[in-house]
Design a binder for this molecule. Structure first.
Ligand SMILES: Nc1ncnc2c1ncn2[C@@H]1O[C@H](COP(=O)(O)OP(=O)(O)OP(=O)(O)O)[C@@H](O)[C@H]1O
Ligand SMILES: [Mg+2]
Length: 240
């Protein structure tokens, strides 16, 4: 492992299929350590499938995925998570009948020390003061924006090195979308590498350091936000 690959996410020549439907077609990309890398693409282009491939939920048929020098391909999901990865899945599921704090504690289940769990809870409450006020409330009665905070907070409870986010702002009002992006930026500033799947092109490119565009399972463009914002692939993916 070269020094530059520490905490890097490396996807190389990945092919992933469901039953007989081929989805990812030779996908290669890199999530740079300490940076925000985004993945754009129209509905059905394979973005969530790539996240599922990274997590080993739908393992690739070919290619390799490496994080922080560890080959993830072939590992079971819990071992992949244990390399320091947290995922905020599409639809940001919370456990509706559990309280905010119970939801958050589930994200720290791999941490044996109660002191450490307490510290991480405090850190999440610092990041999301609104959750502290509502820590005894059952999560199913929270607003959509608050549920998004719980979902991200739960991810942070594992003190991840890499945070995968699958359309975290989907369904949020414009003001909450803005807050959501600010939160992602703050988490990244604390040293967490971010891999962000999003539909909000403008706001995503405003916080990302680098990006890729997926179309029909292939990477059709990549570059800095300045470059990507001008490519026809981004316009085709989102504006027809
Ligand atoms: N469990 C599954 N079984 C069969 N096909 C699937 C399955 N999940 C996804 N697909 C198909 O794989 C393709 C890629 O889906 P995926 O969910 O990765 O797209 P996406 O880019 O995340 O789209 P969206 O922006 O709508 O979330 C789609 O054609 C979808 O119908
Ligand atoms: Mg998706």
């Amino acid at each position: 492992m070269s020094g530059g690959d520490e905490n890097a996410l490396i996807v190389e020549g990945v092919y992933t299929a469901y039953d007989k439907a081929d989805v990812l077609d030779n996908v290669s990309l890199r999530g740079e350590p300490g940076k925000i890398t985004c993945l754009l693409g129209s509905n059905g282009s394979g973005k969530s499938t790539l996240i599922r491939s990274i997590l080993g939920l739908t393992p690739p048929n070919r290619g390799r995925i490496v994080f922080n020098g560890t080959e993830l391909t072939g590992l079971p999901t819990h071992k992949i998570i244990a390399t320091g990865i947290a995922c905020i899945p599409e639809g940001r599921k919370v456990f509706p009948k559990l309280t905010v704090e119970e939801n958050l504690r589930l994200g720290g289940y791999q941490e044996p020390s109660a002191d450490v769990v307490r510290k991480r809870l405090d850190h999440v409450y610092e990041t999301f003061p609104q959750l502290k006020e509502r820590k005894e409330q059952v999560a199913g009665t929270l607003s959509g924006g608050e549920q998004a905070m719980v979902s991200i907070g739960r991810g942070l409870m594992g003190a991840p090195k890499l945070l995968l986010l699958d359309e975290p702002s989907l369904g949020l009002s414009p003001i909450l979308v803005k807050e959501n992006f600010n939160t992602i930026r703050r988490i990244n500033e604390q040293g967490v590498t971010v891999f962000l799947v999003e539909q909000n092109v403008r706001q995503t490119l405003a916080i990302a350091d680098y990006g890729y565009v997926l179309s029909k399972g292939r990477v059709v463009a990549h570059g800095t936000p300045e470059v990507l914002g001008r490519t026809k692939e981004v316009h085709e993916a989102y504006f027809g």
